[in-house]
Structure formats: structure tokens, C-alpha cells
Design a binder for this molecule. Sequence first.
Ligand code: NAP
Ligand code: F7E
Length: 335
Amino acid sequence: MKTAFITGITGQDGSYLAEHLLHQGYKVVGMMRRTATPSTERIEGVLDQIEIAHGDLLDQSSLMRLFDEHKPDEIYNLAAQSFVHASFYEPIHTGEVTGLGVARILEAMRLVVPEARFYQASSSEMFGKVSESPQKESTPFHPRSPYGVAKVYAHWATVNYRESYDLFCCSGILFNHESPRRGLEFVTRKISEGVAAIAFGQQEDIALGNLDARRDWGFAGDYVEAMHLMLQQDTPEDFVVATGETHSVRDFCDIAFARVGLDYEKFVKIDPRFYRPAEVDLLLGDPSLAKEKLNWTPSTPFKELVHLMVDSDVSRRLDEGRTLQAGELPPSLRG
Ligand code: NAP
Ligand code: F7E
């Protein structure tokens, strides 16, 4: 039985990847950092099937100790300070975790488990101010935030360990991927949760920033499959993972509010606090290489993704016995 080691196990992707790898017959070890209140909500369903290991990307010795203890065959580095907006306010911390943390993990792998295969969670935020559309593996990077800058460092560190030491290291350049498990601060979940709260009379409006930003949004459950496929290749290579479609934040609002029979224009307020010092205006990925070499395709169209997220936030309230106050829910969502 192969052992997979996942950092960022408590995050959105960590939870989906753990489920996918368990299904594939792996032993899964998930790394968690020490916090006063452990955040295991997303992995409650699989906690009894995985092994939790305590370590931190800020602590080199913890990574070396854990690799020595678990001797992983595959290492998936999903841990990061992943919120772009916060990276402008905590640039040093973001650099330490999201950038240098990857050098720490690569060095631990080189010294302790050089035969392991390594996946780095690279990001479309590295393209930033894009020089071509759609973006592909060869598109130049122009990051627009401390987060994007840290991911570029991590990306090149991964390439460098592959070229310098012949390690099996690769990066998935993943475009935005969402789910009902998305953190509440990201725009998609902020909207889906806000729509549900408005429909149940718990909230009056949603304050957002730039509605014209465009993203290539896919479903997280699909994207973790691409991560696994990358580590099953004969030779390590980097891949763009995306849907090949782009939509604006405004489009997301429109479909999300319509799902509960409401008009977004009546409920969305613009608040300059949610604008960023530098914005990424447009992201659109070209997943041709992943389709060709990994035989990977996204399964969840944009509208379906928005509905999935809104339905989940509505259903949770219905399960809690809450009563609908506003809107015209479609029949599938009525309690
Ligand atoms: P997420 O939900 O924010 O999860 C981040 C994970 O990193 C959490 O488990 C967090 O633990 C952990 N972490 C943070 N600091 C750490 C540290 N110092 N040591 C160890 N663990 C630490 O992110 P996600 O959406 O699942 O994304 C997974 C990865 O893909 C991230 O690297 C992200 O940057 C990257 N990415 C995401 C997307 C996307 O659209 N979702 C796209 C491209 C790339 P706590 O629970 O303790 O905070
Ligand atoms: O913002 C705009 C905002 O925070 C999307 C991370 O997973 O994907 C994610 O980064 C867009 C931006 O995600 C609000 O200005 C408007 O243009 O949901 P987001 P992100 O910054 O694209 C990449 C690929 C990653 O790698 C990251 O880890 O939406 N926007 N109004 C807003 N965004 C937020 N968060 N909140 C607003 O109120």
C-alpha cells in the first residue's frame, strides 16, 4: 500500500484529496499545524481513516522528522497562507509559509526521502497581469500580490530541485477551484453563504469589492484528481489545470441570487475595503496539456458549480430547521 503525505489536510483541497486517495487505496498521512482550536471540520468524515501528523511549514525539523517517520511515497504540498487579500497585510508571513515553506519541504525530501514524488500547489495567481490569453504552461509570470510572488518562488524552487537533484517534483498550476468547503473569505463562498443568509432573513446585503474581475472557476473535487494523476506520470512535468472558461464576479452573483429567486443588484453593495492594491483582472486557463497527457477533464460547468455552492449553504439552514424569509427557492431546494 502506498503512503501519501498531505500538507494542508485541514483545507479545502486537503479534504478532497484525502478522500480521493483513500478511495484509490492509499494510506493517507495528513499534516496539521498546532493551533489553539484544531480546525478538522472539513475532514470529520475521514478522520478515522487517516493518520494525523503534527508539523509546520515554518519548522524544518518537523518536516524532516515526519518524512523519516512515515517514509511517504507521494508528498502533496497543499499548505499555504492562501488568501490573496490577506497577503497584502501579512506579506512576510505569506512569504515564509507559501514561499520559503516549499524550500523547507523540498530540502527535507532531498535529505530524507529522495525517492518520493512531490506535488506543489502552484497557482494561476503567478500569471497575474497576464501577457496572453488563455494562459498555458509557457505563459510568463507577472504576480500581483505577495501571495503570487511567494508562489512564483515556490514554483521555481520546485523546478530547480527537479533539475538539480533529479527528484520527481512537479507543480500543478491550478486556476481557482471552489466547493461548499471553500473558506468563507473567498468571493464565491462569501456570495453563496450571503445569498443563503439573505434568503433566510439573516442578513440584509453582501459587501463586495471588484465585481468585474474575471476568473476561470472549476470544482475542487475535479482538481484534486489532476494532482494525483501528475504524480503517476513517467516523468515529472508541470500542468495547467483549468476549465477554459472565464466569468466575472458579477456573473457569479447573478446566478447565485437567481437560484433563490432574487436580483443581485438589490443586495450587493460595493465596499472599497475589498478592493486590492493591485488586482488580477482576468484569468483564463488552457488545460490542453492536462487533457492530452493526464486524460483529465473538468466535470462541473460554471452554473452547476454556483448552484452546488448555494444549495449547500441553503440546505444547511433547512437542516437546522430555519424558515425561509425571502426569495423563491426552486423546488429542489424547498424543505
Ligand atoms: P486553504 O483551504 O486555505 O488551506 C490551506 C491549508 O494550509 C490549511 O490546511 C492550513 O491549515 C494550512 N497551513 C497554513 N499555514 C500552514 C503552516 N505554516 N504549516 C502547515 N500548514 C499550514 O487552501 P486550499 O484552497 O485548500 O488550497 C490548497 C493549496 O492550493 C494552497 O497552497 C493554495 O495556495 C493553492 N491553490 C489554491 C487554489 C484554489 O483556487 N483553491 C488555486 C491554486 C492554488 P489551518 O487549517 O491550520 O489554517
Ligand atoms: O477573489 C474579487 C477579488 O479571494 C477572486 C485563492 O484560492 O484563487 C484564489 O485567489 C476575485 C478577486 O480568490 C471580493 O478582487 C470582489 O479579483 O475569491 P478570491 P483569488 O484572489 O482569485 C487563486 C487561484 C489562488 O491560488 C488563491 O489561493 O474576486 N472580489 N469582491 C472579492 N474577493 C474576495 N475575497 N472578497 C470580496 O469581497
